[in-house]
Design a protein around this ligand. Sequence first.
Ligand SMILES: [Zn+2]
Ligand SMILES: [Zn+2]
Length: 336
Amino acid sequence: MRAARFHGPKDLRIEEVPKPQVPEGQTLVAMERVGICGTDLEEYLIGPVIIPKMRMPMIIGHEYLGRVIEDPLGKLKPGTLVVPDGIVGCGNCYYCDRHEEGICKSYECIGLTCDGGMAEFMATDPTRWIEVPSHVSADVAVFAEPMSVAVRALNKVPTIPGTKVAVTGGGTVGLLIAQVARAFGAAQVVVYEPNPVRQAVARGLGFETLNPLIEKEWAHCDEFDSLLECSGVKGTTAKSLEKLRNAGTLVLVGFRPEEESFHLLNFVLSEKRIQGTAAHMWDVDVAAAIALLAGPAIDTKPLLTDVIALDEVVSKGFDRLISDKNAFKIVVDTTR
Ligand SMILES: [Zn+2]
Ligand SMILES: [Zn+2]
């Protein structure tokens, strides 16, 4: 089969490789779409960061969508679109016992720590497939993984209905989070984004936008009940805390490996919270994400920049994401 394998920085090759070995209890699905994520881009540019060296060359792709070839459980028809689970815990620790495999200290993230879905086939656990309703197209369902990130991030906020929510960073995840916040009943959702093209997309989706780099615009709104930091820009933690009302919640979604400081006394006295969010659970976050994508509240169309063939993954995928700062999600059609 053909697969996109990471060999080292800026060395991603489309290669003919054997079909994956299928472990006991698993089955192959035919891959349909795979989104390219910021994490993939970072691996491509300066990796291996998360990718284990000993597994290279490794098939990338963690935002995947496949079709059932044959369901060993006899539930789904061949051809049904499914999102296979991507987070595999060790199965034998405090976190795995509590079904929190995403924070298991030795979990695997398929496509980031072991072979992923940017290929014609992938071995998957059929007990952990999430079925995509038949009216949802592959180009919409491929947003399941970033949507799960959005759902999980918002579920970390104690209350959304009737509250004021800010999102910093109007990229794919930021604008999915903004839409989910609105779908969850937020009274106001403001998107902070300096790029005018992204601002226009956010406004097209019905959001008020402000430029966080212009002091007057940053100061424009009163304090928020929650702020979801999706820009990944260095030094935003202290600044984001300032925009929160007392006892408000800052959720860090975009990440960076650096340390950051903030005023501890103000933080303690104001009883604000800083919350991390990362790995999503297939039966909780992914299922909720697909249910949202299947409904009318979420519009992914303006976030889908291009759908490209597997052979074009470098030229029209990674190279474009490097040069085009206005690009949102680029999706690989693994069937062509
Ligand atoms: Zn990702
Ligand atoms: Zn574990």
